[in-house]
Write a protein that binds this ligand. Structure first.
Ligand code: NAD
Ligand code: UDP
Length: 310
């Protein structure tokens, strides 16, 4: 098969491309390299089954492929808030362009949606039938509402035009190839720990997240694409092991052997208080569950940042 991956030079996209190429497929990666990095795909430089196009998803694309994974979008709060108007454009216009392509070619398309569609959730853990608690006018809204609108578009293209859609709500995922400077908590804390700098804890560190290692996430993504047409999602995918940010920081200090202390800073506005996926639907539909423990995943990620000389 020839498979289109938008945002393929990013953290998740590059791991997805590794798996698709290893499965024997050909891949077309499109990326504008705004948050992604060519180095993430450098190890495939000589692979004739990978084409990399410098292309912006907000511009329509005519290309012949068999499947589309739509991942193009800045994912860290720091990056998506840098140019919020562009973030909404990337998500919404990008979704329309990719859905039009999927419709014309009559091929399946998977959307990298997010746990942010639940906003600052009141229901805990979050199930797919929860509609969320999202501020429509806050600093995170460009991303949260953009991704909600993309989900709307996916389901309308499905109902109106019969497009084969797969909507995957991704919860916090981490691992090698996260950009060291993209502002997400695991990359920030690891780089600070390895430099023996204070670890920046926003608020008192009692807010929770549930972190999934990248290999588990990509396995679910590829399985989702292989499901029959009637499996549209939305499906939560993540690791239900929940931790506070303070506990995460302590783990990173312990695993890295760092001398760093914790340093509390103000909590950014609309920062969700708690987040944990209910993954019963994904377990059933994909015969899948996460297998990498947080200690193992953090150790592998630390090794990556160490090797890079952070
Ligand atoms: P990332 O920033 O590493 O990757 C995003 C990629 O999209 C980058 O390579 C970037 O250059 C590219 N991109 C951005 N705007 C583009 C545009 N207009 N045209 C073409 N390419 C563009 O982030 P990631 O963590 O790999 O996230 C990938 C996808 O998964 C995103 O859609 C994100 O919203 C979603 N997601 C990720 C997580 C997570 O924890 N990593 C959680 C929920 C959802
Ligand atoms: N966070 C933190 N220190 C940092 C970066 C983030 O305490 O240096 C917190 C942030 O406020 C949030 C959590 O860690 O509560 C996860 O943040 P991230 O930006 O990784 O993802 P998201 O908020 O989108 O889940």
């Amino acid at each position: 098969m020839r498979i289109l991956v938008t945002g393929g030079a990013g953290f998740l996209g590059s791991h997805l491309i590794d798996v698709l190429l290893a499965n024997g497929d050909s891949v077309v990666c499109i990326d504008d390299f705004s948050t992604g990095r060519r180095i993430n795909l450098d190890h495939h430089r000589d692979n004739p089954r990978l084409d990399i196009l410098d292309h912006d998803v907000t511009v329509p694309l005519e290309i012949d492929v068999d499947q589309i994974y739509n991942l193009a979008c800045p994912a860290s709060p720091v990056s998506y808030q840098q140019d919020p108007v562009r973030t909404t454009q990337t998500i919404v216009i990008g979704a329309i362009n990719m859905l039009n392509l999927a419709r014309r070619l009559n091929i399946p398309i998977l959307q990298a949606s997010t746990s942010e569609v639940y906003g600052d959730p009141i229901v805990h853990p979050q199930t797919e039938d929860y509609w969320g608690n999202v501020n429509p006018i806050g600093v995170r809204s460009c991303y949260d509402e953009g991704k909600r609108c993309a989900e709307t578009l996916f389901f309308d293209y499905h109902r109106q035009y019969g497009v084969d859609i797969k909507v995957m709500r991704i919860f916090n995922t981490y691992g090698p190839r996260m950009a060291p400077n993209d502002g997400r908590v695991i990359s920030n804390l690891m780089c600070q720990a390895l430099r023996d700098e204070p670890l920046t804890i926003f608020g008192d560190g009692s807010q929770t997240r549930s972190f999934c290692f990248v290999s588990d996430l990509i396995e679910a993504m590829v399985r989702f694409m292989a499901t029959p047409r009637e499996v549209t999602g939305p499906l939560n995918v993540g690791n239900p092991h929940e931790t506070t940010i303070a506990e995460l920081a302590e783990m990173i200090v312990g695993l890295s052997g760092s001398e760093s202390a914790l340093h509390n800073l103000p909590l950014p506005s609309d920062d969700p208080r708690q987040r944990r996926p209910a993954i019963d639907r994904a377990r059933q539909a994909l015969s899948w569950q996460p297998t990498v423990s947080i200690e193992d995943g953090l150790t592998r990620t630390l090794a990556y940042f160490r090797e890079r000389g952070i």
